[in-house]
Each structure stands twice: as C-alpha cells, then as structure tokens.
Design a protein around this ligand. Structure first.
Ligand code: NI
Length: 267
C-alpha cells in the first residue's frame, strides 16, 4: 500500500464515524479554503503486539521516521510523532497506554483483547484503519474501563483508526487566528472541547490547538448497542521559532487536554 492510499483509507474510515469532520471539511472547502492536514493521531496499548513501533510500521515502511516523544504521566500515556521527508505529508502522532502501570482489571481486560491477535508481531498496513481486531467488549466493561481510563475505553471500543485529523490553520486564507476559526465553527453549530480553555497552548510554546468535542456514535457492544463519543477534529496554529522555521512539534501540556475531547464528561 502506498502512502496516498494509506492516508486516504485512514480518512475515509475516520469520516465514516465522524461525519462532523466531513461537514467542517466541506464547509471550509466551499469557503475556498485550501486544507492542509497537520497530523493524524492513532491510539494504542503498550504491548509486544501493539506497541508504538508495531503501529508505526506501516508508516515507517513508507519513509516516516520517529521525530520526538512525549510523556503524559497523569493519563499514563507515552507518545511519539513521525515525520515524512515530504513536508506536505501529515505527521503521524501515535500514543500508547502504559498498561503495566494500570489496574489488574484493566491489564486483564486489555490482555484478553490483545490475546485475540494471535502470535504474530507484524501487522498488515490496513490494521491501522480497520477498527477493533478483537470481539466487541460488553458495554459494562467499556463503562468500567472508562472510570479508570477514558483512553482505554475508547481504544477497546473503537480499535485502531484515526482518532483525529488536524487542520493546519496557518494555511487557511480567511482565518488569521485559531480564535477566528473557533468562532466561525461555533457559529455553524459545532461544539468545541473547552477542557483547559478552548485554545490549548500559546505563542510562547509556538503552538495553539483546539478541537471539536467527539460526536456520539452508535457502537455495537457484545451485549447491546450504545451511543458513545467517537472521534474529533483538531485545529492547529503553529508559530515561528526564533530561527524562522515553523514549530513542528507538539506541547505535552496541551495534548493532555486534547485527549479529553473523547471524554463525555468534557464540557
Ligand atoms: Ni492532535
């Protein structure tokens, strides 16, 4: 699978469960905006069969390389982002939950899911946009996981796919700031994640980010159907570093709050 096909597959899966992203994409396109995708985020569990290196492999085999890493101690997450030599291609931001630091219940639940993957330590490229590679979990298990880790609950229910795409606001023509874009989106009825303020980050850390709140989507659990928060759309405004280059990395403190966009408790 080539890079274009991989990225298109991630996008079509993503808009399938996050139609609001397609609505925003269309809204901006109709306004004549060129849309550049800053990064795509994927979630995983730290495990020999699903760790970051495994999930990154479809991308690294296409020329992506690991660039920088981040720790999110409160959420027990570690993340690394990958860049392609072609600067027009989006960065890939992969985070993993350090399950060995979680409760026995969470470890047993997650290990039982990963056990269903068989013994291979290699994944095909379509693994990263095919959703859950395990049987659906019971709804109660989802709810129990959610009390401990919203991230683990989301990943157990939705599996491997883009958790969010991100519009690079710098390249939009009619919006001079992230604030302007946020106001425009709210006027059009989209709800933004305001955990930690609508705009995370600042000029001082060279990156501002905002995101929609994940829209609820119907999911088939083992025992019932339920409507739970799915994916969200993110917006990033990057500032120039003292040397004149646009800042290319992430800000752990901001991303920490962005993770909460899939939390139904987020307001
Ligand atoms: Ni992001």
């Amino acid at each position: 699978m080539n890079t274009k096909r991989l990225l298109e597959s991630l996008w079509s899966d993503y808009i399938g469960i996050n139609p609001q992203a397609l609505s925003i994409h269309k809204l901006l396109k109709q306004a004549g905006e060129p849309i550049v995708n800053d990064h795509i985020a994927i979630r995983t569990f730290r495990h020999a069969k699903t760790g970051i290196n495994i999930i990154a492999s479809p991308f690294t085999s296409l020329g992506y390389h690991g660039e920088a890493e981040y720790e999110f101690p409160e959420k027990k997450l570690y993340a690394r982002f990958y860049k392609h030599p072609n600067p027009k291609l989006p960065k890939i931001f992969i985070s993993e939950l350090k399950i060995d630091t979680c409760s026995t219940f969470l470890q047993q639940t997650v290990n039982a899911l990963i056990d269903q993957l068989g013994n291979t330590l290699a994944i095909p490229a379509d693994f990263v946009f095919n959703g859950i590679p395990w049987k659906p979990i019971p709804y109660k298990t989802y709810q129990t996981l959610k009390q401990e880790s919203e991230y683990a609950a989301w990943l157990s229910a939705f599996g491997f796919r883009a958790n969010h795409f991100t519009i690079l606001v710098n390249t939009l023509k009619h919006f001079r700031s992230l604030h302007q874009l946020n106001e425009y989106l709210k006027q059009h009825g989209f709800k933004l994640n305001s955990a930690g303020g609508e705009i995370k980050g600042s000029k001082e850390v060279y990156l501002e980010q905002s995101s929609t709140l994940a829209a609820p989507v119907p999911v088939s659990f083992a025992d019932t159907n339920a409507v739970i928060p799915g994916c969200y759309y993110e917006f990033a405004y990057r500032y120039k570093l003292p040397d004149g280059r646009l800042y290319d990395g992430f800000v752990a403190k901001s991303a920490d709050k962005i993770f909460e966009s899939t939390d139904s408790k987020a307001k």
